[in-house]
Structures are given as structure tokens and as C-alpha cells.
Design a protein around this ligand. Sequence first.
Ligand SMILES: [Zn+2]
Ligand SMILES: [Zn+2]
Length: 270
Amino acid sequence: MAGAFAGGLLAALLPCNCVLCSASGAALLCPGCRDQFFRLHPPRCPICANPLPPQPASPSASGRAAPHAARESAAASAPPAAQPPLASLVPCARCQSERPAFDATIVAADYALPVDRLVLQLKFAGQLALARLFADLLAKAVKDNEATRPALLCPVPLGMQRLAERGYNQSLEIARPLGRQLGIALHAGLAVRVRETRAQSSTPHGARHANIAHAFAIPERALVEGRHIGLVDDVMSSGQTLQELAATLKRHGAARVTNYVFARTPPNTN
Ligand SMILES: [Zn+2]
Ligand SMILES: [Zn+2]
């Protein structure tokens, strides 16, 4: 078992083996695994990216394979698994009753087996090559919808202590190649963390808001004012961290905030 795990880690380090199934190939992710684990079930809430209930108005919203005719009538630019244009979707009940500070969220995958293993390898095992793969998958998800692009990307910042312990900010590692692929400027210091917080993942759900409240500051308001800011993070679960950061950006005059998140925790496990 330990051998298999070590084998998995080793495979993840080799550029020509799939990080999930170790199959030899030309990319870090084989087409089979990409198809199986990175095919999100649309539609998603345009604001928080949680799955929406089936939308009767849309032929592709039932989750079943669309008939050939329906598929052919869909825009050729939209692959079958793509999220419908964000503007065409009604937000989920939760976002309608209490609108988040962010305006949109785009994700590349569900945070579930075996994708969660990759996230942990980037976050805790220093496998920085995975950040480029995450950026590739996220860029594809961004290109698959018609949302307006941010003017500037900002990774969710780590506190100084955690940054010193880990040696890198995984969100920045994803944001760099993502910005290059999308042609969006990156500003790593746009937001800073002004106090250390416990990891949200190890904080009880009811205490997450208090844990993250007032954790961020924006050193240069002029960079934010009137602009559309894209926040980049590896995982979104309760969404409290992105909510707090987006609220801070809005207080400093941001016109719009879009989250680009690699993996989204399914709502029943929030
Ligand atoms: Zn594979
Ligand atoms: Zn929502």
C-alpha cells in the first residue's frame, strides 16, 4: 500500500505519466481521466458554482446525454459538458436569499476522490508541477463560459507564518500560469493577510466566518477601484475565505469580483 502510494507520488513527478492513473502519455493527465474526473455536471450556480437543480428550459440541463439533434443545435463553440453561459443562469436559492460579495465563481472540478489527492499533493507535498495542470484545467473552464474577464488576478494570500512554513502559496502557483494562459495581469500583493488564521478546513463550520473576519487588507486601493478583480484559490468549500476577501475588495471600490477556483467541495459536505 505504501509502495503504491509512493508509486503514485513518483508518477506525479514524471511529466509523461498521468497523475491519476499513471498511464504513459504526452500530458500530466490522460484523456480518460480528464474526461472522467473533470467533466462537471452543469448547470452550476453562476455566483457560487454549486450545482443547480435541473433547469427545464435548457435541453442540456437534465444531466442526461442530450440527443444528437439537440447537441448539434447547441452552439458549436460550447462542448457538451460546458457550463451554459453564466448570464443565462438563475443563481441558487442560497445566493438569491443572501447574495455573496463575489459576483461569479468558475471551477474546474469537484473536490472529491481522486482529485482531492492532487490538491493535497500540491498543498502539502510541494508538487508544484501540479499547479500548472490545475491552471490548464481552470483556464479551459474559464474559456468554456462567456463571463467577462477580470482586469487583474489576485491569489488568495497566505499569512506570513504559513507562507514561511510551506515555502510557497499554492494559490499564487496556480495564478501565475493561469494569468499567462488567459492574458490577465497578476498582482500577487493586491491583497495581504493581516492576521494569522486557523486553516478553515480544521475550523468548525459555524466558526469559519469569525475565524476569517478582518483577515485581509488591500495595500493599494488605486489598483482595485472600479476594476473587475479575479480571485484565484485551490479549493472552495464553505466559501467564507473568498467571501471575506471579496467583501474587502468591494469595500475598497472593486466593481466586480470573480472567483477562479480549481476544485469545489460538493455542498452536502460543506
Ligand atoms: Zn489517467
Ligand atoms: Zn449560489
